[in-house]
Structures are given as C-alpha cells and as structure tokens.
Ligand binder design. Sequence first.
Ligand SMILES: O=C(O)C(=O)C[C@]1(C(=O)O)C=C[C@@H](O)C=C1
Length: 366
Amino acid sequence: MTATPSHPETELEAIRARIDAIDDEILRLISERARCAQQVAHIKTGTGGPVQFYRPEREAAILRRIKARNPGPLDGEEVARLFREIMSACLALERPLHAAFLGPEGTFTQAAAIKHFGHSVVTKAMATIDEIFREVEAGACDFGVVPVENSTEGVVSHTLDLFMTSPLRITGEVMLRVHQHLLSQAQEISEIRRVYSHQQSFAQCREWLDRYLLSAERIAVGSNAEAARLAAQDPESAAVAGLQAAEIYGLNVLAERIEDEPSNTTRFLVIGKQDSPPSGQDKTSLLLSCKNQAGGLHRLLAPLAVHGINMTRIESRPSRREVWDYVFFVDILGHRQDPKVAYALQNLEEEALLFKILGSYPVAVL
Ligand SMILES: O=C(O)C(=O)C[C@]1(C(=O)O)C=C[C@@H](O)C=C1
C-alpha cells in the first residue's frame, strides 16, 4: 500500500495547529511561573528585613542552567535571551526595577541595561556618568549602568575615577557587541559635510572614516544618541551611532558596521548599593594602591599568584592625592566569599596602602 502524498496546505495547517497548542501550553507555564514569582515576592516581604527583589546570582544561575540544558535547534544565547525576558517580566510583577543609564534614549548604555535586565526594566536617561552614580547613591534608581572599557579603545577612565570616591558597589557586568553605523537624513555619503559622534566611537571607526569621509568635519559630542539627534536636524551631516539611535531619530543607515574591529565589544558595569552573593562563576573588582618603592606592585599582587587566583585585568589611574602616585583597578576571577579568594584578599589587604573591594558579581552570561 502506498501512502497518499499529503497536500502542502493541509500539512501547513496541521503544523500550525500544533504550534497553537504548544503556544497555549507555553502560556499556561509562563503564567504558572509568574504566579511562583508572586509567591517569592510574598515570602521576601514577609521576612521583615530589607527586601531584595532582584537577585543577580539567581538570575545568572538560571540563565547558565538553561544554556547548559538547551537541546536545540535554537542557539544557547537565543534561548537564554528568551528566558531573560520571562524573568524580567516576573521580576516586574514583584516590583519594577529602575536603572539609570548614560542618555539620551538610544545609547549603547541603554542597550546594555536592557540586555542585562530585560525589557521590563524602567530605564532613566542621565546626562553624565557622574549623574548616574548620584542617582543610584540617592536611591532614586535601584541600579546604574556605566561603560567601563572597550575592546578597541580601552578604558573609560572617568568611570574608574568615580569609584575612588563613591560608596557604590559593582553588582554585575554586561558585554555588548558594539556595531557602529553611518546614519543620516541624506541618501548618499557624498552629501555629508559633518559627522557627529562620541569620541570613543570616532576612535573605533577611524580607518573607515579616513577612507570614506576624510574631508568631512568630525564633531565630538556627549553620546552617539546625541549625535543622531543632531544629524536629524542637519541634512548635510551624519552620525556614527547604533541602530537604536537610527530608529529613534528616524535616520537612514548609509553604511553598516563601520567599526574597524568586527569583534568590537564594550564592557559595562552595573552599580548598586550592594554587590551580589556567589553565583558559582564570579568576578571581584578591587581598588588598590601600594607603597611607592621597588617591587611594590609585585609584592602587592603576590597573594593572588600564591593562592592560584586569575587576574583578568589591571588598570592604573593617577590617585589624585599626590603627583605620580597611582591606584590600581584589578579584576580577579572568583567571589570574595570563596575561601581561596578570601585568604588572598586578606593577605593583599595587609600589603596594600589602599584596599577597597568594589564588588563581587556574576561573570556576564549573555
Ligand atoms: O528567585 C527569586 O528570588 C525571584 O525573585 C524569582 C526570579 C525569577 O523570575 O526566577 C525573579 C527575579 C529575581 O531577580 C530572580 C529570580
């Protein structure tokens, strides 16, 4: 007996019916999950103490678990992003989270905030990095998101400097692949006389700009989004900015991905009043200074080597106390509560002139 070939239309209808049934089931499960989150909130508020609705270590653990268990065919990153949004909505049911970012609307910092907290976070644009710190210190926002380093252009020194005086802690990190585009009201690159962008973005696209827009004036402004806003008012100009800015300010994309390094990534820090409990895969950021003598830095960092701790970054900045006096921003792998890290930090503190733990937080998952 030969099987009768099914009609493509009938087949499509059958699969769509199956998708509808699956969607019903997903919806039922998401609603059940949301009710669980409401119960969590109820338990948290019942404890009497200060309530921490947002739990970065738990969120990181959930996303890592989902990625590890993902059977495909969807990519692990993709699946984690979906769960990121489900958790974001569940948390908003408990209590909406407010995060300050470096504005205006449409900056990479806003994209980083949404990548980290999901779309249910309420983002608030601030004019400067200082204002983000102050907004969080004052309790007007739960968290702030600030850029700290770029893979092409290096450190955002102003952010580091603010940690010297701020009581805020680092509660998370966000890695964002940064793609720069040439945005304009004009239709052709040949019409462009001026280009607006942030200094860092100009630096990330230097080769492209030298090649295709050498004669256009480069005007540095406070943010890429501000650049896009200005480009929207001046048809002979363009902005180097992200796609979000193109959408918000209604600009054409004249050239895509014009960054010199295709892997161009910016690292952002999430700042808040508390850091995060251990998630199993964490980093710790430190602010240190050592005696100004031969072998001072070597002796200061020796406990890390002795206890087998991996240092992922070291950055020096003028201390602003004395001329030619420096402080060091050091990132290590591990949580300050991990016994090995705790021992090393104890030894390190004995050797240091200045010793401040800026925070322990989950290594970025997304
Ligand atoms: O487990 C918690 O503490 C929750 O509040 C639940 C939940 C979630 O949706 O899974 C929501 C928000 C927290 O940031 C972490 C996890």
